[in-house]
Structures are given as C-alpha cells and as structure tokens.
Design a protein around this ligand. Structure first.
Ligand SMILES: [Zn+2]
Length: 169
C-alpha cells in the first residue's frame, strides 16, 4: 500500500444528512505542473475549506492559495507569483459524476484533482512575463527559409529607408 494521500478526506459523517458541515484546512507541498505553470518548488499550497453534505454528494467551498512558478512562453524567463482564489465544487456520489465531474470514492473525498485543476487552470496557460516581451529566438518557420538564397528583386525595408535618406541630402 502506498502512503495515504494528505488530500483524501473521509466524509462519511457528512453524507448521513444534508447540511452537515466541517471545516478542513490543508497546508501541503504539491507537485503539480502543466507546460508553463507549476507550483513553486518546496512551497506548500494552502486551502481553507468548508465541506458540506448535500443531497447529491459533498460541496467543497473555500479559499486556495499558492505560489506559482510561471515560465514566459516568449523569453523563457521564470517568475513567481502568489495566487489566491475561491473554490466551489460539488463532488458527487460514486458513479454519478460522468466524465467531467468529481466524485467520491466510497466515503472518501480526494481534494487533489479539484485543487490542482483550480490552480493550474486559473492562470494563463501560455504566460507572458510582461506586455511587449519579445521572443529572443526566431520562429521556426523562418528557419525553414535560411538555406534558400535571397529572392532576386526583394528589397529590404532598410534599403528603402536608406534611399529616402540619400534622396534627402
Ligand atoms: Zn518574457
């Protein structure tokens, strides 16, 4: 057996009747990341949640905070930013959620996919460090042309400018 996940909560007591509530706080390191966004290494995510029994399952509601490390998709510069957001999700009874939703496993509620999705999908999936950041590397499509000789008759915009300067003398 693997270690029990710190994100799994037993909610049998909440399922016995609608409206029962329990506060659940969590400060846990999380190893989550997508292409250009990840939880900053070594920094725990913090969740302050209220779990409420509902007729169809358990409602998870509360605050989530974490420090994310994002990589600019243009210059690849990394930066850390603090993110705080609100969570509100229904976790449905086993077998009830279909493909898109969250559901209980028996009387266990796994908070990890919920908190991970909220955090990873919250920010831009293609972060840019600042407006106007330009790419240092040329686009690959222009690389395809590097072996070709310059087209005859092609006039560079700089040559046109030079002509204007020359004409002005
Ligand atoms: Zn950048």
């Amino acid at each position: 057996m693997s270690e029990p996940s710190p994100f799994v909560v037993h909610v049998g007591d909440l399922l016995s009747g609608s409206g029962k509530q329990r506060r659940h706080r969590l400060v846990v390191p999380a190893d989550w990341g997508v292409a250009f966004v990840e939880v900053a290494n070594g920094q725990p995510i913090e969740a302050d949640l209220v779990l409420t029994g509902a007729s169809g399952g358990v409602v998870v509601r509360g605050d989530l905070a974490a420090t994310l490390l994002t990589t600019c998709v243009r210059c690849l510069e990394e930066s850390e930013k603090r993110v705080e957001l609100e969570v509100a999700q229904l976790v449905e009874a086993p077998g009830a959620a279909g493909d898109d939703g969250y559901e209980l496993v028996g009387e266990a509620l796994d908070l990890e996919p919920i908190l991970r999705d909220e955090l990873m999908l919250h920010g831009p999936l293609r972060p840019i460090c600042e407006d106007g950041c330009v790419e240092l590397e040329p686009h690959t499509e222009s690389d395809l042309n590097t072996d070709l000789p310059d087209e005859p008759g092609r006039i560079s915009p700089f040559a046109v400018l030079q002509d204007l300067f020359d004409a002005g003398d």
